[in-house]
Design a protein around this ligand. Sequence first.
Ligand code: PMP
Length: 352
Amino acid sequence: MSGFLSEKYQRLTPYTPGEQPRDRKYIKLNTNESPFPPSPFAERFAREAAGDLNLYSDPTAKRLTETIAERYDVDPASVITSNGSDELLNFAFMAFADDAHPAVFPDITYGFYPVFAELNRIPYEEIPLKEDFTIDVNDYLGIRKTIFIANPNAPTGIALPLSDIEAILKSNPENVLVLDEAYVDFGAESAVPLTKTYKNLLVIQTFSKSRSLAGARLGFAIGDPALIADLNLIKYSTNPYNVNRMTQAAGIGALLDEAYFRKNCNAIAKNRAMTVSALEKLGFTVLPSAANFIFARSEKIDGGDLYRILKERGILVRHFTKPRLSPFIRVSIGSRAEMEAFIAAVREIVGE
Ligand code: PMP
């Protein structure tokens, strides 16, 4: 730390992204990326857009926004795009949480939420998940705070039914519920249709997972036009050109290729089922996942040890050191061949 850093940030603990080691070739099952390349349309559109990189991107991302609106059957005024959904999550903390509207989220969820709260000096409360790692919806009814919920949750993969989400919305009409649907396409039900009824619902999604564009950095939110206008206030006060030309074009290409998107989501669901069943045969407990990752533990080996041995064998998974999480590993669902290699390695390690 230099002597120049603002006092505001001197105690900030930043988010730790999943490791991206370059020392050898790994089977990468640690950052919930897609194992499949982007749609050929996305790639072609991005390449075509590269020739115009001397010009600023469209700050309104008009064509992309309209394409998202059409795909999700909402008004374009209900849509905003961003440089990855992380950016929109930060905007939502900035726009909708403060001393009068503290933030609240589960104690086990996406690790960036407390960082955004700290960054923006927003008071926050973390509500413990139940013993079985599910959210107790009663904890959020009438809580009168700005609520952040990842659905499906991370790193558990467990999804909350829409009826629970609706109950939270109804009981907190004065506060915003930010629903982070980064993983919704792999098996949960999206709350996007509820944005037409509930003015306090903001749904955030990403192109990083189900649409194979993690490296392009593209997220979007859907909500009441008034909420979107609030987010635009923040966007135009920080970085109006937040989505670059190539990414806007790639996003349109990805959305036009619905068949490819569906095929890949189905493949992930199939590989997930195959992996869960193999791990269960090896004695693992696997939480019920609706996401493109699973959270699993074995009585025979600690999560940290399993993570380290897998890494030595060229397979990267994610391990979290929080006490309730440390027995587990989080495994992104890759291609069939990657999952077979992972299962074979685990079988050798646990000695079956
Ligand atoms: N929400 C959750 C729950 C995530 O796990 C991630 C990925 N790390 C994100 C949001 C952010 O994804 P991106 O910024 O790539 O859209």
